[in-house]
Ligand binder design. Structure first.
Ligand code: HPA
Ligand code: ZN
Length: 346
């Protein structure tokens, strides 16, 4: 492949056009303020904010917790299966525009069951949108159930039990919410149970928390992907292991910027991780809150860092490599990626 054919001027166009998978996106984080207000009206929920503009103005975060407080409040408007469908369908339309061919989507059932919204409501609404995304947009997808790590492991077990009747509608379990003070070890038994039942395992680790949390996500939870993982750069032995085992890290640059994990996008360590041979790829995390969907993450990150067409190709390839699909399917997507680069003269 002749990557030199891509001039800096054409790079943004290539970033947008290339096929890609998204592996770290919380569906509740795709809820745009306009939809929050529409659903609040539909369900007669009172919001703390007067208007879409007032809500958006509150999106000035200082750390993960300051975001989570607003994110959980926003999700309170979701009540009926149709609400979950509408939210996910809106995401899929945005994903289509960004040439996302595959999405593995997180959902936080405890945020909803705590408000007496049933697991059936949550999963059936989301699943119907996934089915329609395949048939109407050609996007394949799967759901990953996340446990809220600020809650107890017993509560995670209860949630997992409640979801079990719908086990054919999600492929794995994850761990999200407030990281500091809630190490992966807290969820060792529930992850072990999920593994025994054949579920894929992922966990947020090393977003704000220390490298030790990445070690234990790997060694105690046996997570197959690490969500975020950017703090790994502070531990050389961990970096070697991640590179050697090609443990995927689902990196989310705009999220890291908005939650002040890095002072500025120009300080992000994505380029360093790529150059160290890590299996990293880009993701939007909570796009409605962090200022952009997947292509916006690509555009802003490439504008801020010294990254080129080789990096773009690696990121797209890594997104396919790290996805939970068959080798044959990955091969199809790599073919589409090569085709796209060829159209740009590579
Ligand atoms: N980190 C932890 N929990 C989350 C996030 C995140 O970035 N987004 C939604 N829940
Ligand atoms: Zn996340």
């Amino acid at each position: 492949m002749n990557f030199d054919a891509i001039t800096a001027a054409r790079l943004p166009e290539l970033l947008c056009a290339m096929p890609k998978a998204e592996l770290h996106m919380h569906i509740e984080g795709s809820l745009e303020p306009e939809l929050i207000f529409a659903l609040a009206k539909r369900n007669k929920v009172r919001l703390r904010y007067e208007s879409v503009e007032a809500l958006r103005a509150a999106y000035a975060f200082t750390d993960l917790q300051s975001f989570l407080d607003i994110y959980y409040a926003g999700a309170s408007v979701l009540q009926q299966p149709q609400d979950f469908y509408d939210m996910a369908w809106a995401y899929f339309q945005r994903a289509k525009a960004d040439n996302v061919v595959h999405a593995e989507i997180f959902f936080d059932p405890q945020t909803h069951t705590a408000r007496k919204v049933s697991m059936r409501t949550v999963i059936t609404g989301l699943h119907r949108a996934c089915v329609d995304a395949q048939s109407q947009l050609g996007i394949s997808s799967s759901l990953i159930l996340c446990f809220l790590r600020h809650l107890s492991e017993d509560e995670a077990f209860e949630t997992f039990e409640e979801a079990f009747p719908f086990r054919d509608k999600f492929i794995g379990v994850g761990l999200d919410s407030s990281e500091r003070g809630h190490p992966p070890e807290k969820f060792e038994r529930v992850f072990k149970r999920a593994a025994q039942l054949g579920f894929k395992l992922v966990a947020h680790a090393g977003e704000e928390g220390p490298p030790a949390y990445i070690w234990s996500a790997l060694d105690v939870l046996h997570a197959q992907r690490i969500d975020h993982g950017v703090q790994a750069v502070h531990d050389a032995a961990l970096m070697s292991r991640l590179a050697q085992e090609r443990v995927p890290l689902t990196v989310c640059p705009l999220s890291n910027q908005k939650l002040c994990v890095f002072p500025d996008l120009a300080d992000h360590n994505l380029g360093h991780m790529l150059d160290q041979g890590l299996c990293v790829m880009l993701n939007s995390d909570d796009p409605a809150y962090f200022g952009g969907y997947l292509n916006e993450n690509f555009l802003q990150t490439f504008a801020a860092l010294p990254l080129n067409a080789v990096h773009a190709y690696q990121l797209a390839c890594n997104s396919f490599e790290a996805s939970f699909v068959s080798e044959a399917q990955k091969q199809v997507w790599r073919g589409q990626l090569d085709e796209c680069f060829k159209q740009f003269g590579c």
